[in-house]
Design a protein around this ligand. Structure first.
Ligand SMILES: [Zn+2]
Length: 100
């Protein structure tokens, strides 16, 4: 099966033009720890000229990035869950402070 990447020409959020490319050569998919040779994809970081959002210039289908045997789930990490609870607590506190 051929894996295709898709060139993104405009910002996914506001539709502005993408510019300021940083080319990082071709990279394998994240969290692919296979010993055999894997396909690599163009990795170019771009910035939206309108809203300045930073994003990748190439997109790959989700089911290729997150296959059924994908090894990372945020709910698997006790430390991450505790970090998120702490973050929510801090944001809630700040929000309440501003509301008064
Ligand atoms: Zn934008």
């Amino acid at each position: 099966m051929a894996i295709k990447e898709y060139l993104i020409k405009n910002d996914c959020i506001c539709g502005g033009n993408l510019k300021n490319n940083i080319k990082l050569d071709k990279q394998p998919l994240i969290n692919v720890f296979k010993r055999f040779k894997t396909k690599k994809f163009p990795t170019i970081i771009s910035q939206c000229s309108r809203c300045y959002l930073i994003q990748l210039k190439y997109s790959i289908k989700d089911k290729l990035i997150f296959p059924k045997d994908y090894s990372y789930l945020s709910g698997d990490s006790k430390e991450k869950i505790e970090d998120y609870k702490d973050l929510i607590s801090k944001i809630s506190f700040k929000y309440k402070q501003k509301k008064k």
